[in-house]
Design a protein around this ligand. Structure first.
Ligand SMILES: Cc1cc2nc3c(=O)[nH]c(=O)nc-3n(C[C@H](O)[C@H](O)[C@H](O)COP(=O)(O)OP(=O)(O)OC[C@H]3O[C@@H](n4cnc5c(N)ncnc54)[C@H](O)[C@@H]3O)c2cc1C
Length: 415
């Protein structure tokens, strides 16, 4: 028989490298190989965060951190007790890499360059004598007598005692076939983190306008998010939209991405409060033109559009604004409807919702409940977060827990 490895890591991405390096650090001398399907290692790390790699988020409370995950929250809450964002910062510091926070909490290497992270992983893997094979696409894994056989599309076969599956997410259900064959239920993979395509034409020419604190709701559901909103030439984008796409990913998939959103350009407000405010304004600023004096800090062009949609003439002054138009204006300020048809994947960051069902995984070890010595980490799992460094954090945390369990499980080959 060919050489037998203590551990084969399937997938040369974030979780795969972190898991391999952690295992080697926790149990020096472990005989580890990483198999990577493509010719490139850590390719998502490279392009992540616009080439800067948003490594994690400066949220150092495990419960609070777990609340950024639409899927996997419960498991992560537990995992974060052992390895959360502060541990990530500490680990990189021990490797001489400083992470810095931005005002929104995202953390990047101080160099602002994802290559810093890649170089670190390649250096550490080399230090621990981790063997790396590229162009090895695993298509089948079988198990017999405590030994796994790992078969690649390219024809190679490898043997090992333990496996860490870290193949990342994929919207192609076939990517998971060999995992399915090992007894694992796969939750249908679908996209998360995207922007909304607007069918209408009313706002197209306002592309580039941002409002800092909007509220966006999916009509007829409880899904709603607050935050900055950006009008684009194809529809709606910005943190509030992308966050909403993550939390409502499954529902939106069911609608075939045809749904209505209602936007409050001024964030969550009670209709009565805004009505009282505008009625007061009518009295106090009666002589002012409605269209040319934007309220609530809204950009002039957006305000004008809301007035146009409310059929308020350009010359109309507040004191002469008919109730009917005032009602319409209120409606467009706090419940502006957009008929969405389709989505656009955000260039910077997208993830897979779905994957290996967490119910088949032991959350204390990331080991399969179906096949002993088979471990999972990263986006291959039905676990995903909002944008902001949360997806990498899930990769680091799951890989750390898996590595710890692998290193502690006393079934390595005798040297
Ligand atoms: C453009 C982009 C930017 C992003 N930016 C950020 C960011 O800044 N911050 C953040 O937190 N998240 C970001 N994400 C999400 C983040 O990249 C992923 O969540 C993270 O990479 C998941 O790590 P992983 O190791 O599980 O999967 P991956 O990093 O995708 O690695 C999986 C690896 O496994 C390989 N593989 C797949 N199948 C096989 C097989 N059968 N055999 C062998 N190898 C296989 C793949 O080729 C790949 O190299 C971004 C995503 C994208 C697409």
């Amino acid at each position: 028989m060919d050489r037998v490895f203590d551990l084969i890591v399937i997938g040369g991405g974030a979780a795969g490298f972190f898991g391999a390096i952690q295992t080697a650090e926790m149990r020096p001398g472990t005989n580890i190989m990483i198999l990577e399907k493509t010719s490139k290692l850590l390719s998502k790390v490279k392009v992540s965060g616009g080439g800067r790699c948003n490594v994690t988020h400066n949220c150092f409370k495990s419960t609070r951190l777990s609340q950024h995950y639409p899927r996997g929250q419960k498991v992560l809450k537990q995992l974060f007790k052992s390895f959360q964002a502060s541990h990530t910062v500490e680990w990189f510091a021990t490797k001489g890499i400083e992470l810095k926070s931005e005002s929104d909490g995202r953390m990047f290497p101080a160099t602002n360059n994802s290559q810093t992270i890649i170089d670190c992983f390649l250096r550490e893997a080399d230090k621990s004598n981790i063997l790396i094979e590229v162009n090895r696409s695993v298509i089948r894994v079988t198990t017999q007598d405590d030994l796994f056989t790992v078969i690649c599309l390219q024809g190679e076969t490898y043997y090992c005692k333990k496996i860490l599956v870290a193949i990342g997410g994929s919207s192609n259900a076939q990517s998971y076939t060999w995992i399915d064959a090992l007894g694992h239920a796969i939750i249908k993979p679908i996209p998360s983190l995207f922007t909304f395509n607007d069918l209408g034409k009313e706002f197209k020419d306002l592309m580039g306008i941002t409002v800092p604190q909007a509220e966006i709701k999916i009509a007829g559901t409880k899904f709603s998010e607050k935050g900055p909103l950006l009008i684009t030439h194809w529809g709606l984008s910005g943190p509030a939209v992308i966050k909403l796409s993550a939390w409502a990913a499954e529902y939106l998939h069911q609608t075939n991405y045809k749904f209505t959103v209602l936007v409050s350009w001024i964030g969550p407000v009670k209709e009565d409060d805004i009505r009282t405010l505008l009625t007061e304004h009518k009295k106090l600023k009666g002589k002012q033109k409605v269209t040319s004096n934007p309220l609530f800090g809204l950009p002039q062009r957006l305000w004008l559009r809301l007035c146009e949609l409310s059929t308020i003439e350009e010359q109309r002054i507040w004191s002469e604004l008919p109730q009917k138009n005032l009602n319409r204006l209120i409606e467009f300020i706090i419940r502006c409807p957009f008929a969405i048809q389709g989505k656009t994947t955000f260039k910077e960051e997208f993830v897979t919702c779905g994957g290996v069902d967490l119910r088949d995984i032991n959350p204390e070890t990331m080991e399969s409940k179906k096949t002993e010595n088979l471990f999972f980490a990263g986006e291959v799992l039905n676990m995903d977060g909002e944008t902001g460094g949360f997806n990498f954090q899930a990769a680091w945390s799951t890989a750390f827990i898996a590595a710890k369990a692998i290193a502690e499980k006393n079934k390595f080959l005798k040297k």
